[in-house]
Design a protein around this ligand. Structure first.
Ligand code: SF4
Length: 339
């Protein structure tokens, strides 16, 4: 096994719920619980899940913006949580946000915005100019865009400028938080193409956060599916999409619109997920998905399933695949396909 670029082990985050006149702690929301994964250099790890599943909290903990309640983050073997120097952290890990407007100051020109991290590192002025031009070229924008302001750019151009800004400190890992969801479909494809080209050329590693499973399938090399703060299935993209094991993943993939009948036939036959995602402050016991799961059986409301092996590098946290699988009842409904 090669050395991991990043290793996340048992990462958890509970946010206190405060209330009353004096803001006393009334409870806690477990936003992320016991999340572990490792990424080899050059991988694209997709984190999928509904809103409220913990995707962004994981990203913010990796960036050092939120302190985990417990767990470890190692970057190239170094304890990232113990790193007190924020600049060293941001040299290693950068983020591209959903809304490029949030990383580009409307009062600064594009060149000034891209130059900020370089100036903070005391790069000489002439070198900053040269690097800004080179960064714009890397994201396929003309050097003249350095003089423009965000309001003069289209959404796709702004996202390219935000990517150039993230690249300025030559990070090894970039967290892409829904980087294309604010863009038109045709622009989305071009941004993904650019990100893929940069990854291959610069040897970048990405954590790609998205709720768009079609995009995830075409871009990520490995995928982790989150539900209420827990990773419930992880695997190589092809294996996970062709043979999803967890009922939640199966339902998500079954709900993705496809254009041809052949694709429709290849989708898992799984009932649509009913009901709303539960309030994280009131997480169901056992498997948190059990109130919405068509396959729930005896252990599901009481035992939290551990990861069960499905195939090489592929695991699912579901009792249907673990040591309790033989207790699962026959399917109630002939329309439901056994997993
Ligand atoms: Fe459904 Fe039980 Fe599997 Fe949870 S553990 S997904 S409730 S079958």
């Amino acid at each position: 096994m090669s050395a991991a670029l990043i290793e996340v082990a048992g990462l958890s985050k509970a946010f206190a719920i405060r209330g009353g006149l004096f803001g006393a702690v009334r409870g806690a929301v477990q936003a992320v619980e016991d999340v572990s994964f490792r990424l080899d250099p050059g991988e694209v790890f997709g984190l999928a899940g509904e809103s409220g599943s913990g995707k962004s909290t994981i990203a913010r903990m990796i960036l050092g913006l939120v302190k985990p309640t417990s767990g470890a983050i190692l970057v190239e073997g170094r304890d990232f949580l113990a790193e007190r120097d924020g600049r060293k952290r941001s040299d290693a890990v950068q983020m591209v946000f959903q809304n490029p407007g949030s990383s580009l100051n409307p009062r600064r020109s594009i060149g000034q915005s891209i130059a900020v991290p370089l100036e903070a590192r005391r790069v000489a002025r002439a070198e900053v100019r040269r690097r800004v031009a080179a960064l714009l070229e890397q994201v396929q924008l003309p050097a003249s865009f350095a003089e423009r302001y965000p309001y003069e750019l289209s959404g796709g151009q702004k996202q390219r400028a935000a990517i150039a800004r993230a690249l300025a400190v030559e990070p090894k890992l970039i967290v892409l938080d829904e980087p294309t969801s604010a863009l038109d479909v045709s622009v989305q494809a071009k941004i993904i193409e650019l990100l893929e080209e940069l990854r291959a050329r610069l040897g970048l590693t990405y954590i790609f956060i998205s709720h768009d499973l079609s995009l995830m399938r075409s871009f990520a090399s490995r995928v982790g599916v989150l539900y209420l703060g827990r990773l419930i299935e992880t695997g190589p993209t092809q294996a996970l999409f062709e043979a999803p094991a967890h009922p939640y993943t199966r339902s998500l993939i079954a709900a993705v619109p496809v254009v041809s009948e052949a694709e429709e036939r290849m989708k898992p036959r799984e009932p649509l997920i009913e009901g709303e995602i539960p309030n994280p402050a009131d997480r169901p016991r056992g498997c948190a998905f059990h109130p919405r799961c068509a396959h729930a059986f005896a252990p599901c409301p009481v035992e939290n399933p551990r990861p069960a092996p499905i195939g090489p590098g592929h695991s699912a946290n579901c009792h249907l695949w673990g040591p309790r699988a033989s207790d699962a009842p026959a399917y109630k409904n002939a329309e439901e396909t056994p997993l």
